[in-house]
Design a protein around this ligand. Structure first.
Ligand code: OYP
Length: 548
């Protein structure tokens, strides 16, 4: 089986198709009419088999396929990947359904410790650490910086007017010699605001209404304890009876308030940071690249390794995860209408500028082209035009122009694509089991509304609120399935297929690999001796593309 044919050349009047290898060629490098007509024919053929589909209004377009079975063989999982994907999922689901049975016919499910009973074999060191430390305020704070979703926390200089916390309420959380006002000014106060969750309709699962809150959480950079939460409000439009939860509250009330924040994090992180901002963004590039760039084009060769398997995993996501009867509908509070509304809200605010403001690695790929060549390359212009005018047309403030005028604009876009499909995806995907396996730390749904009376929070209420046994089992199974290291992973910077053969290109690849190796050593050295290590961005653990 092969992936992408990459080079074609002529022997007499016959076109011989050679796979992948060969000199990259811009359209202006092809001079023979036959070469040019084959370029065009290849694209026409691909435009027939890869088509755009508007899956829902207000979100990026995707590949037109009812399921992965509709996809051309060239972009499907290979046999090894497919059997591993299906096998691992079955393994996890089977293992957890056995536990579920054991619990249902054994003791009841009435204490937080009961979550340990579904925590047998599927484990990771960080998941176990989470199980032991999840109640600690400093661990709660830590996850906003080093968890799977470090983009929600912001420095807070002035309290939002809808957050009714007062200085005297939080005084006991601060060091005695200071005040909230002073710490706000000094820049030691931080805010996590899940306003985007406000009013999202909650799922109904087997006739039981689920619940969603839109929390505000204030944190303090304590000189000894580190970043700790100091107050939580679970509603965006509070009235005088809306509780302001504090660390000095009855312990179960404070714990439940924190769980509500983490439940909201689950939704924001999985749907918005992970699915919308990596998977669906990269899919647009996949479709545009397949439709508009011939395989011999330099940009095609550069991007192909970063687009591998993304169409299939996204098709599977659309049919099995977020479909009307998919995993979200079955066990997650935002399943059903909620997730689409949330997605539309997020795409109202998503900008291209944001995607490249988070670039960690500036690609050293020098395309060696002039501004003029970029501007004159009709294939590149057709490609960017489809990205902007088809793919992102329904994302109102995306702000990506439909032309590439300079070499720099091209390099920026390529960096965004490669960064998003490697580092950004690894950062959101690879920690999901670590932080979600211990279900009370990041619950996928809540089965009771937020508490209104701090003194009425009991363990029974907490257990009735958190996901039930089968929801919890599914959360563990899916996050394990998606978050575990993929056996067939191709790490960042490794190219199994040799798309480039030019000595200059090979030199750049070589340099890039050396830089990745240095980065790896640097990350490992920085983490050495830490109780909790942040290794998700080690190049060796990052995949070259979104395959899961
Ligand atoms: C596709 O039961 C994907 O067969 C995951 O989708 C799981 C399946 C299929 C299998 C479903 C089945 C991946 C693409 C994606 C993405 C990003 C968002 C991931 C959110 C995971 C949420 C876990 C939910 C736990 C309850």
């Amino acid at each position: 089986s092969y992936t992408f044919p990459c080079y074609r050349w002529l022997v007499g009047d016959k076109v011989v198709i050679e796979l992948r290898e060969g000199t990259a060629k811009k359209i202006s490098d092809d001079t023979l009419p036959l070469e040019i007509s084959h370029r065009t024919a290849e694209l026409l053929e691909r435009q027939k088999i890869y088509r755009w589909l508007a899956w829902a209004p207000g979100i990026p377009k995707c590949i037109d396929a009812k399921s992965e079975a509709d996809l051309p063989q060239d972009v499907r999982f290979d046999n090894e990947k497919r059997s591993d994907f299906v096998g691992s999922l079955h393994y996890a689901l089977l293992e957890l359904s056995l536990k579920k049975l054991a619990i249902k016919f054994g003791k009841s499910w009435n204490d937080l410790d009961d979550f340990k009973r579904i925590f047998w074999k599927l484990r990771s060191p960080i998941a176990e650490y989470t199980m032991k430390h999840w109640k600690e305020d400093s661990f709660f704070g830590y996850q906003f910086l080093n968890g799977s979703n470090p983009r929600m926390i912001t420095r807070c200089k002035e309290l939002p007017s809808n957050f009714l916390v007062m200085g005297d309420m939080v005084q006991s959380s601060l060091i005695p010699t200071t005040t909230l006002k002073e710490e706000l000014m000094k820049g030691n106060i931080f805010l996590v605001d899940h306003a985007i969750m406000d009013g999202i309709p909650a799922n109904v699962i087997r006739d039981q209404a689920q619940h969603i809150a839109a929390p505000l959480c204030l944190l303090y950079e304590h000189p000894e304890k580190g970043l700790i939460p100091i107050s939580i409000q679970l509603e965006q439009k509070p009235d005088k009876d809306t509780p302001i939860f504090l660390p000095s509250d009855p312990p179960l009330a404070w714990l439940l308030a924190k769980m509500w924040v983490r439940h909201s994090e689950f939704q924001v992180f999985q749907l918005l940071s992970h699915l919308l901002r990596t998977h669906l963004v990269v899919e647009v590039i996949c479709v545009a690249t397949l439709r508009q760039l011939p395989a011999v084009h330099t940009i095609y060769k550069l991007l192909a390794p970063h687009l591998r398997y993304t169409l299939e995993i996204n098709c599977r996501g659309r049919t099995q995860l977020i479909s009307p009867d998919g995993i979200f509908k079955r066990v997650v509070s935002t399943g059903g209408d909620g997730l689409l509304i949330l997605a539309q809200r997020e795409y109202e605010v998503l900008t291209y500028r944001f995607l490249y403001s988070v670039l960690l690695i500036l690609m050293t790929v020098d395309v060696l082209w002039s501004d003029h060549e970029v501007e004159q390359d009709s294939e590149i212009q057709a490609w960017i035009n489809e990205v902007a005018v088809e793919g992102f047309v329904d994302v109102p403030h995306f702000g990506l122009a439909s032309e590439l005028k300079t070499k720099e604009e091209l390099i920026t876009l390529l960096s965004v694509v490669i960064f998003t499909s490697t580092a950004q995806h690894a950062a959101t995907n690879n920690g999901q089991f670590d932080w979600c396996a211990w279900v009370p730390n990041t619950p996928c749904t809540m089965r009771h509304p937020p508490p209104t009376d701090k003194d009425a929070v009991t363990m029974d209420l907490i257990m009735d609120t958190l996901p039930d046994i089968s929801q919890s089992c599914l959360q563990m199974a899916i996050t394990w399935h998606l978050g575990r290291a993929q056996p067939d992973a191709i790490p960042m910077g490794q190219y199994v297929e040799q798309y480039f053969t030019e000595p200059a290109a090979l030199k750049v690849i070589d340099k890039f690999r050396k830089e990745l190796k240095e980065l790896e050593e640097h990350i490992i050295a920085q983490n050495e001796g830490l109780e909790l290590q942040y290794l998700y961005l080690c190049p060796s653990r990052m995949e070259n593309s979104i395959t899961i």
